[in-house]
Design a protein around this ligand. Structure first.
Ligand SMILES: [Zn+2]
Ligand SMILES: [Zn+2]
Length: 121
């Protein structure tokens, strides 16, 4: 679409792309490479590189400092941070996992790392 403004600068460094927004996101960027469901995209207007994983349980877009960083994205860490933000972020309590001094997620007993360990593995 002509005249569509590039939204890279105002986008967060990494975010979840909801299923309904996948087309809009991938329509604004150009696919350069793809491997195992993860694409390397570049914005045609500002040349920002993007990591975009559209095959996992949640679609993840990550801004890349350069093209080479594509293969080094730690998707799980990004997903953990995004998920924590969706829960309201980090609270003021300490994680109740034995020996852990990390702050817990707001209104939860555990820090993101231990919350994930406990519930998702
Ligand atoms: Zn852009
Ligand atoms: Zn912890």
């Amino acid at each position: 679409m002509r005249g569509m403004a590039c939204q890279c600068a105002s986008s967060p460094d990494s975010f979840e792309v909801w299923p309904d927004d996948v087309e809009a996101f991938s329509g604004r960027v150009t696919l350069h490479e793809e491997s195992r469901g993860v694409g390397l995209y570049q914005c045609p207007s500002c040349h920002q590189w993007w990591y975009f994983d559209s095959l996992s349980r949640s679609n993840l877009a990550v801004k890349l400092p350069n093209k080479e960083a594509w293969g080094r994205v730690d998707a799980e860490t990004h997903r953990m941070r995004i998920w924590t933000d969706q829960q309201g972020g980090i609270g003021s309590d300490t994680c109740r996992w034995r020996g852990c001094d990390n702050p817990a997620i707001r209104d939860r007993a555990f820090c993101p790392e231990h919350f994930f360990k406990r519930d998702f593995s």
